[in-house]
Design a protein around this ligand. Structure first.
Ligand code: TXA
Ligand code: MG
Length: 345
């Protein structure tokens, strides 16, 4: 199949809505990463999403809602009632935006979306293209990130093409994604709120909004244990080149290695080095992370070395993604980076 790339203007949006209504798939930009959308109520579209990504059917999808409205979601049968009070507070605080809520599913949700779980992940994105498209279609789209399973999420239209060329009919090009890492996934029940995947909104912001400390599983889960959220697989978001997390700032730049550093790159211009946060802001590092991982992967280097993530509000999401992208850690010893493989990588 030929994959067409259209700018996300009126004509592109109309064509995207037409394809979606007929059960086809469209990749579209959100504020976090590009999604691969299909009509949630069409079982054929849902199966096509899993096939295009090469994603196992045990890995549930996020339902993207046209409106930031939990009450409507219950009325339409996407969620079941009662919706926990904390979910209402969080949706009012952060929707539309990079927050995904895992809640008891309603009867209208196809079990193939939720991998037969009793819960469904829902979010209302804030990106204007995503919102316009959802409103045009007028009903939820199931949409995972538009990458092949286990690989780096795309944050621009060309990266989607790299991942899914020939597998989907249309990519809507809305430019680079402003956040650059996936949404925060939060599971809410009547008596517990838990961050399953750190992301665009920090655990601290969620705790502050609810006025109570909130648990976060982060990267602690082992691959062999049962997974409340398959994005929590220990290995995910990974480049093909082995990536190592350095235990100390990189002062020694080696040929054959690609260096991702958090400071300004040095004036002596070391080989294959990129500053993740040239302006000193972790927010920039998050926005550019996947693009930089793709560049490092395409460089032909034999290893990617990444400096420790400095403290800051985006550190949680960055550490989570980099840990999952990594094959191990590295310590500078005897004039070389000594590698320790990560268990479960
Ligand atoms: O920012 C995002 O969330 C992007 C954009 C496109 O919206 N989407 C995204 O989707 O990252 P995906 O499929 O790559 O990741 C969805 C995450 C996975 O970790 C999945 O396991 C989790 O949400 N998830 C979905 N349904 C769940 C459920 N019922 N219970 C627990 N986790 C669930
Ligand atoms: Mg994904």
């Amino acid at each position: 199949m030929e994959t067409v790339l259209l700018p996300a203007g009126d004509a592109g949006l109309a064509e995207a809505a037409r394809i979606l209504r007929q059960g086809g798939l469209v990749s579209f930009p959100t504020e976090t990463v590009y999604g691969l959308g299909g009509l949630a109520r069409d079982p054929k579209a849902i199966r096509a999403i899993f096939t295009a990504k090469g994603r196992p059917p045990t890995d549930p999808l996020i339902l993207h809602l046209p409106e930031p409205d939990l009450t409507r979601a219950v009325t339409e049968g996407w969620l079941s009632s009662p919706v926990p009070a904390a979910a209402v507070i969080l949706s009012k605080a952060f929707w539309p935006g990079p927050l995904t809520l895992v809640l008891p599913k309603g009867n209208e949700v196809n079990p193939e979306i939720t991998a037969a779980l009793p819960t469904v992940a829902v979010r209302c994105p804030s990106h204007s293209v995503a919102r316009q498209l959802l409103r045009l279609v007028g009903e939820p789209l199931a949409a995972p990130s538009a990458n092949r399973f286990g690989r780096i999420s795309p944050t621009d239209a060309m990266a989607v093409r790299q991942e899914l060329d020939g597998r989907i009919p249309l990519i809507l090009d809305g430019g680079p994604c402003p956040i650059g890492v996936e949404s925060t996934v939060v599971q809410v029940t009547a008596d517990r709120v838990e961050v399953l995947r750190p992301g665009g909104i920090s655990t601290e912001e969620i705790s502050k909004t609810l006025g109570t400390p909130v648990a976060s599983r982060g990267a602690t889960i082992k691959p062999e244990s049962s997974q409340p959220s398959p994005g929590m697989l220990a290995s995910h978001y990974a480049p093909r080149t082995p990536l190592y997390l350095c235990k100390e700032p990189i002062r020694n730049f080696l040929p054959g290695c690609f260096h991702l550093v958090f400071r300004q790159t040095q004036t002596n211009n070391p080989p294959l080095t990129l500053g993740l946060a040239p302006d000193g802001r972790l927010e920039t590092a998050a926005r550019e992370l996947y693009r930089n991982l793709r560049l490092a992967d395409a460089s032909g280097a034999e290893k990617i070395l990444v400096e420790p993530v400095p403290e800051g509000s985006w550190a949680e999401a960055l550490r989570d993604r980099l840990t999952r992208a990594s094959t191990g850690t590295a310590i500078w010893k005897n004039q070389n980076w000594e590698i320790t493989p990560r268990s479960g990588a």
